[in-house]
Design a protein around this ligand. Structure first.
Ligand code: FE2
Length: 288
């Protein structure tokens, strides 16, 4: 199976890995989970982080074809809309269940009927099992709901981009207590990933350097099956759900949940400016 070139960019503020994936033969490229810089204290956004990815694309003469989101993130704002504006030919895609995420959050943020919940803010909605190409490299979409209901994993050649469905083995898995999350569904999604060849390279969306180790981004299906602290090969569904549910009860809400969801259900676009020309994000009180 063809091996794409994978370059990882770490966004330290949110612990997020953004990936630049390319076909060495054709130079066709994809960016997975691009991040928008955001300072919640000042409300200031920035593109320094994603500009570094764009610069790498330019320096290497790559052609950006795809901008791929693994899910509607709750811990960082997406720069997908900004990146597509810089490269209009690129296709901005996410799993089709983003529609359900939009339908969940539209009433919470009182976005009204003119906020579409059909996923039309994105260029393409992927269904489970859909295949696509990155140059000469075959790619497939694996629906992996559980952390969120819209989560998907992208297999690009021998490389698998799992979003938050798996962390590095010593980090386990992501929380399942957001609206639409479900630990039992995540367990079943992970079994689908574990059915892939052990040599499949796994690239995670987050790492927080547990135990003080340096941050890391690459694992493998074999390493996860052997050593994932939450779900090894042979771990039972009920045991996993018990561990996951107990841990979720100890976790505080992510600092950027409310700003992130409002932007990310818009594909990384900001709300329209009000009549004074300023854009606002909302803070629903006593809802979460
Ligand atoms: Fe996430």
């Amino acid at each position: 199976m063809t091996a794409p070139t994978v370059q990882a960019f770490f966004h330290a503020d949110s612990g997020t890995w953004t990936y630049l994936v390319s076909d060495p033969g054709s130079g066709a490229a994809a960016v997975i989970d691009p991040v928008l810089d955001f300072d919640a204290k000042s409300g200031r956004t920035g593109t320094t982080s994603i500009q570094a990815v764009l610069d790498a694309i330019g320096a290497q003469g790559l052609g950006l074809r795809w901008i791929l989101e693994t899910h509607a993130h709750a811990d960082h704002l997406s720069s997908g809309a900004w990146l597509r504006a810089q490269v209009p030919a690129a296709i901005l895609g996410i799993g089709e269940v983003i529609r359900e995420v939009q339908a969940t959050f539209r009433p919470i943020f009182n976005l009204g009927d003119d906020f579409p919940v059909d996923g039309s803010q994105f260029d393409h909605l992927f269904r489970d099992g859909e295949v696509f190409a990155l140059g000469a490299i075959d790619c497939a979409v694996i629906a992996t709901p559980g952390h969120t209901n819209d989560s998907v994993s992208y297999r690009i050649g021998d490389a698998l981009f799992v979003g938050d469905s798996l962390f590095m083995p010593d980090g386990g898995t992501a929380r399942c207590d957001f609206p639409g999350g479900d630990a039992a569904r995540l367990f079943r999604s992970i079994q689908r990933l574990y059915a892939l060849p052990d040599a499949t390279r796994v690239f995670v969306c987050h790492d927080y350097g547990p135990g003080g180790r340096a941050v890391a981004c690459e694992s493998s299906i074999g390493a996860e099956k052997q050593g994932n602290i939450h779900v090894r090969e042979g771990t039972g569904e009920q045991d996993y759900v018990a561990v996951r549910t107990a841990r979720d009860k100890t976790l505080a809400m992510p600092a950027l949940l409310l700003p992130a969801v409002q932007v990310n259900i818009r594909a990384g676009a900001m709300p329209a400016p009000e009549d004074n020309g300023i854009r606002y994000l909302k803070l629903p009180l006593d809802r979460f």
